[in-house]
Design a binder for this molecule. Sequence first.
Ligand code: ING
Length: 300
Amino acid sequence: KERFGLAVAQMGPIHLNDSRESTVARLMEMMREAAGRGAKLVVFPELALTTFFPRYWMSEEDAEARFFEPSMPSPATQPLFDLALSLGIGFYLGYAERTENGRHFNTSILVDEHAKIVGRYRKIHLPGHSDHKPEAPFQHLEKKFFEVGNEGFGVWPMLGTTIGQCICNDRRWPETFRVMSLQSAQMVVLGYNTPSWNIHWKEPAHLRMFHHLLSLQANAYQNALWIGAAAKCGAEDGFHMIGGSAIVAPSGEIVAQSQSEEDEVIFVSCDMALGDNFRQHIFNFAKHRRPEHYGLITER
Ligand code: ING
């Protein structure tokens, strides 16, 4: 059987006062564990180098100075790339990207077993708001601090398969995964930071986890994908985010799920042939898909 060792490295809280160096040391610790368990790829969370700063109101200049990476690898992340090279393991990393001409994106990269960045993704579905809501318990300012991604949803041949990537809120939108499965993705990986509370209405807490897992399971099944999703979770300076990091099979079944809200590695030896049955039968796009009736989906 064609097996692919997939690890998801969930992160516990990163507090405002935590240094990038201490955070990278945590990522390296989990990368070592992932490699030790046979992983070819380890998935880290969205914005994995700092606290989830869009919860705070600040100027864009302030945010840039404190939370964005001016280069990737950056001095703080170079040791992670060096370790990956020595272990021969690929990884997904989410971070706040400042481009050379000063544009800001919520970005993730796919890095191969030679520590080469093979794919970059800039988050397209930005949730939240751009105005200051002083009466809210916390902000969700992704629309203030980031531009909508300008590079689409891509897939990349790497580590012997074809891998797509997305970020957090993207997982709630079926278009995200369909566009990647139409490009023959066999696996999609993503990181997320999902606050436990909803600042807009009194949403029962259990729905956060339910909708998170439902989104992964539905999109895995409907696109015959293996999906690996890594949470940054627990209470960051008191602001709680859900865990529930998971590896989901093309059947839609959850094969592994985190149990804590701390740094925790989960691992599955994925049978990459599992998706074949779903792609050849139920979701055989060539045979059964009828795009002539789907036009509304792409209209503004
Ligand atoms: N966070 C949340 C997410 O999509 C959210 C925002 C939570 C939107 C719950 C809607 C419902 O998981 C990020 N960073 O997108």
